[in-house]
Write a protein that binds this ligand. Structure first.
Ligand code: RB5
Length: 147
């Protein structure tokens, strides 16, 4: 699976740890920054990753200290369904029921091995469709109403 990944300054090492886990499993990680711990604003990273996710039709992973700011930001972009997950169950469910296309992680919340397991669960779970499709369609409709 190809995944676009980015973080603010709080998540640089954490992002490398997550990428290492994903690459070991054969996933392709495209690192869109940031690359050092100089202060960076998470909405800028969220926008960059979200646009790549939509342009390339692939999954994204966004990381900030808590995962909160970057998930809120990513969800402002129409077509993005970003799920902030703290465990594998939520990550799987966000794919099965919500067809999430972006996973948000908190670098100051999770340890690296749990984060890797969450990312694998996210990338390796399929959307169930069926009754969940109409609900996802309603999310898309909300995006239009909210403009
Ligand atoms: C940066 O200090 C921090 O506010 C940011 O990484 C994130 O946690 C915001 O939601």
């Amino acid at each position: 699976m190809k995944v676009i990944i980015g973080c603010d300054h709080a998540g640089v090492q954490f992002k490398h740890d997550v990428m290492e886990t994903l690459r070991q499993r054969g996933h392709e990680c495209i690192d869109c920054g940031v690359y050092d711990e100089k202060a960076a604003d998470y909405p800028d990273i969220a926008e960059k990753i979200a646009k790549e996710v939509l342009a390339q039709g692939v999954f994204g992973i966004v990381i900030c200290g808590t995962g909160v700011g970057i998930s809120i930001s990513a969800n402002k972009i129409a077509g993005i369904r970003a799920a902030l997950c703290h465990n594998e169950f939520t990550a799987r469910m966000s794919r099965m029921h919500n067809d999430a296309n972006v996973l948000a992680l908190g670098a100051r919340v999770l340890g690296p091995s749990l984060a890797g397991a969450i990312a694998l669960a996210f990338l390796e779970t399929e959307f169930e469709g069926g009754r969940h499709q109409q609900r996802v369609d309603k999310i898309t409709a909300l995006e239009r109403k909210g403009r």
